[in-house]
Design a protein around this ligand. Sequence first.
Ligand SMILES: O=C[C@H](O)COP(=O)(O)O
Length: 248
Amino acid sequence: MTRRKLVAGNWKMNGSLAALGELDAIAAAADAAPGVDVAVAVPATLIGPAAARVPGLAIGAEDVHERDAGAHTGCISAAMVAEVGASFTIVGHSERRADQGETSQDAWAKAAAAHRQGLSVILCCGETEAERNAGRAERVVQAQIEKSVPDNADGSWFTLAYEPRWAIGTGRTPTLEEIGSIHAIARAKLRMLIGDAADGVRILYGGSVTGENAATILAVDDVDGALVGGASLTAAKFVPIIEAAAGV
Ligand SMILES: O=C[C@H](O)COP(=O)(O)O
């Protein structure tokens, strides 16, 4: 099955109203690459202004709460981010797992909450360096997928992102063979869980993707796009990744 490439940015706890100008050139590059889907997840405070500024670009949240509403001080629901213009959210990012102690079960609940509110979901998985060194990368990723992917996941709203934690923000990446191997294992696990719908689910690679390495990573079998952190903060660094996806 042919899956459209998706290049998604994740600004993390970066950006400001002044930085939203970067989105103009990103949106223009997305328009110039009609075969590629482009999306940018921004801090919650910037979702509304970003969505208003570049209506043609998919703007998303970096996280949502697993409940639809209620007494959860400081938290933000999927309905809230949808109301101000988010069309998707990331869930289960390794930084939330590390900083907020989130689990794969939490990611499952957040994905379900987002889907209830009509958001698409990018759900993250990935091993630590210690787990990889211990030869456990495959088993860790399989277990994360098993615990976090909703039964009704399909490519119309659900995307998986494989992000080895040790590759995030470090300038280090797995070999192309290692990326291909985990993506194939992830696809097989998805097939066990959701059957033929797995063929329509995009699996993104994330971790130190740049304009220099994007083309070779995106050409790996079963790599359907990239989840990009640092290099998504400026158009100068993000646009070459969009262009690389368009050329694969
Ligand atoms: O969500 C994005 C990833 O954590 C990758 O971040 P990075 O591109 O800065 O390594």
